[in-house]
Write a protein that binds this ligand. Structure first.
Ligand SMILES: C[S@@+](CC[C@H](N)C(=O)[O-])C[C@H]1O[C@@H](n2cnc3c(N)ncnc32)[C@H](O)[C@@H]1O
Length: 262
């Protein structure tokens, strides 16, 4: 199974559709909208003057939002098409972010610098079989005392089918989840051809143990009954974002954490 090759092809194919989607609303982003949500903004605080590594930056909206907030940003993603677009937007907005094409699990071969903050959010660790290594790489990038800010969809979400209508996977699922996808989570835009994606569901205990093993100290953890993004099954708007119709307030959809490097 070459999961990296398959997932890279999938993400490369999604870039143009995402840039042009209502979901990412690139027009308002270019006009000045900050793409970060209140959950991560609260944990990040003032990033002005800080060196920030943004892992799995996709086509760079969040990285460039951080750059607009005064951070010196390095965005990383495995998709060369996404990184090309991020570099183009960086130039267009006259910002000074840098972008690197790399698998996160082998990032130490590409990046030697150390950062004040490592940031990653919404749809990141599920693309990796080995999350101990993922958090080891996050820790590797941090200066002593540096902060990891991590916001992710809750593993409970990935137990369900795509409509969040029934449980199909175990919370403790260890095997890869291999699905054939024909469109994306944005506006349902079709891919040129159906593609395989490889994902893994990582429970919260896996995450906490990986953080500890990587030499990071957890200093905050929260769970949310909403998602800021409308991408999880049949949803209804709620006060802060979106909830699942019929299960409003009953499911954790997102969690966030901050951890410090010893
Ligand atoms: C759901 S997106 C992340 C969402 C992001 N917060 C945003 O701004 O849209 C997942 C990203 O992870 C990247 N990715 C998937 N597998 C990866 C890997 N092994 N190493 C680095 N990036 C990877 C994809 O290319 C994609 O851009």
């Amino acid at each position: 199974m070459n999961y990296l090759k398959a997932n890279t092809e999938l993400w490369n194919q999604r870039v143009d559709a995402h840039v042009n989607s209502e979901f990412y609303d690139n027009e308002s982003f270019l006009a000045g909208r900050n793409s970060l949500n209140s959950i991560e903004l609260g944990l990040l605080g003032n990033v002005n003057g800080k060196k920030v590594a943004h892992l799995q930056c996709h086509f760079g909206q969040d990285s460039l939002s951080l750059a607009r907030m005064g951070a010196k940003v390095t965005g990383v993603d495995i998709s060369d098409a996404a990184i090309d677009k991020a570099r183009e937007l960086n130039q267009r907005l006259n910002l000074d972010a840098e972008f690197v094409v790399s698998d996160i699990l082998t990032l130490d071969k590409k990046v030697e610098q150390k950062f004040d903050v490592v940031f990653a959010s919404y749809g990141v660790i599920g693309w990796h079989p080995d999350i101990e290594r993922w958090f080891e790489m996050a820790s590797y990038l941090l200066k002593p005392g540096g902060q990891l800010v991590f916001v992710e969809f809750h593993p409970v979400v990935w137990m369900f089918d795509n409509n969040l209508s029934k449980v199909v996977y175990s919370y403790f699922n260890k095997e890869p989840i291999i699905e054939t996808v024909t469109n994306s989570y944005t506006d349902g835009s079709q891919l040129e051809q159906p593609l395989k994606e490889y994902g893994w569901n990582h429970s919260l205990s896996e995450v906490f143990n990986a953080i500890q093993k990587a030499g990071l100290i957890l200093d905050s953890f929260d769970e949310y009954d909403y998602s800021p993004y409308d991408c999880l099954g049949k949803s209804v708007p709620s006060e802060h974002g979106f909830q699942i119709e019929g299960l409003e307030g009953k499911l954790p959809l997102v969690y966030s954490l901050s951890a410090l490097k010893k």
